[in-house]
Write a protein that binds this ligand. Structure first.
Ligand SMILES: CC(C)(COP(=O)(O)OP(=O)(O)OC[C@H]1O[C@@H](n2cnc3c(N)ncnc32)[C@H](O)[C@@H]1OP(=O)(O)O)[C@@H](O)C(=O)NCCC(=O)NCCS
Length: 377
């Protein structure tokens, strides 16, 4: 007798998850093995799940997919994997659900329900989950600062993903974390016949245009105005930032040299309200190349876009001077700085083994200027 075997793939909510409904009983896939939790992991989770229950991909009787909106990468991986499975054999029915509904069900909230899904570090998707799907205009992407003003949430329960960072709701809003992984909820609803069915894998639901201008990030334009050139009199303030930010800070003498001015030297800073500097950037711009020597933001001022604003200011100066490339080196384990540079278009071009005093490698990154001129936010 053929067993009813429906594989559920959900990539829009973080982390991406897989589950299997086998004759109505739902089995969760293994938890994703790394923080990324999306790419290879979803494929591996699905494969392990099928193998563990002795279901060959060709023996699946149906698929269930989450269609977002949510993580763009995760969504594409989940739908791509579903499409591959659907194309591999005879046509399969595909059940589907939007992510707000899965989150509300995972949190045990009756529909319609409010859901809030953190979106990057600055924004949140606020949506009304309904049985029939999200109505037009009922899913919005908001800056976090806008959340406290959403008075209509007062007195309501709002579903949030498990482990989500705290969101700045107004008083009187109760948050309920989802307890079940989204794919397990999806498999459950599909097995119960509660979801719409399609004869092919539906396209992803996006909340932003899929071709949104890259690199993404918080607009840095407002911060650009706060950037000033540093002069020799700023040595103490620069030294203080340097000592706070680096394991092997440059000496006062080296920093004094950077502040001396002269052809090609660029030293920028952002002043804090208390007269200290919150962020600095040092660079050398000559012979058609910008060399970024140091970007540092004091811990108290991180995560507000200052690092990106400084990098963009340097790149704008280099472009204005007609430079063709920008180079830098960064500790291979400095994930925050590497993410910042990569999101501005830098790519790794080499590695210096054991370059730093403590034995850590340096990663060399480079950016060809001119091609990415639309990057300013
Ligand atoms: C790296 C550094 C300069 C970033 O400064 P910042 O002002 O906090 O960064 P921003 O707020 O402008 O963030 C820009 C991007 O950096 C990355 N980033 C920043 N902090 C991050 C973190 N903790 N984890 C992962 N990525 C991070 C993200 O890609 C971020 O983009 P997003 O805001 O769209 O998510 C800062 O952490 C720092 O001074 N570190 C110590 C000194 C250093 O390592 N300098 C770089 C070597 S030259």
């Amino acid at each position: 007798m053929t067993r009813a075997a429906v594989l559920a793939l959900e990539g829009a909510l973080h982390p991406a998850t897989a589950a299997l409904a086998l004759d109505g009983q739902v089995f969760e896939g293994p938890a994703p093995g790394d923080a990324d939790g999306v790419r290879a992991d979803l494929v591996r989770a699905a494969r392990d799940l099928l193998a563990r229950h002795g279901v060959a991909p060709a023996a699946l009787t149906g698929l269930a997919v989450g269609i977002g909106p949510g993580s763009t990468t995760g969504l594409r991986v989940a739908l791509g994997l579903a499409q591959g499975l659907a194309d591999a054999g005879p046509p399969l029915p595909v059940a589907f659900s939007d992510s707000p509904r899965l989150l509300a069900a995972g949190a045990g909230l009756a529909l319609p329900a409010w859901v809030a899904i953190p979106w990057g570090r600055w924004r949140v998707m606020l949506a009304r989950a309904r049985e029939e799907g999200v109505r037009p205009g009922e899913a919005e992407l908001l800056p976090l600062e806008a959340l406290p003003a959403r008075g209509e949430l007062a007195g309501h329960a709002v579903a949030v993903p498990r482990g989500a960072p705290p969101l700045p709701f107004a008083e009187g809003v109760r948050t309920v974390e989802a307890t079940a992984p989204a794919a397990a909820v999806l498999a459950q609803l599909a097995a119960a016949g509660a979801l719409p069915l399609a004869d092919r894998v539906p396209g992803p639901g996006y909340l932003l245009p899929p071709d949104a201008v890259l690199p993404v990030g918080r607009p840095a334009a407002a911060l650009a105005a706060a950037i000033v050139s540093l002069s020799p009199g700023d040595l103490d303030r620069l030294h203080a930032v340097e000592r706070e930010c680096f394991r092997e800070p440059w000496s006062r003498g080296m920093l004094a040299e950077e502040l001396r001015g002269g052809p090609g030297r660029v030293a920028l800073g952002v002043a804090a309200g208390d007269g200290a500097l919150d962020a600095v950037a040092l660079a050398f711009l000559a012979a058609g190349t910008l060399e970024i020597r140091s970007v540092a933001v004091r811990p108290r001022a991180r995560g507000r876009g200052l690092g990106r604003a400084l990098v963009r200011d340097l790149l704008a100066r280099a472009r204005a001077a007609g430079a063709g490339r920008a180079d830098l080196e960064v500790r291979a384990g400095n994930a925050a700085a590497i993410a910042l540079y990569a999101s501005e278009g830098f790519v790794p071009v080499g590695r210096r083994r054991r370059y730093y005093g403590d034995g850590e490698d340096a990663l060399l990154m480079s950016l060809v200027l001119g091609r990415n001129a639309g990057a300013a936010g």
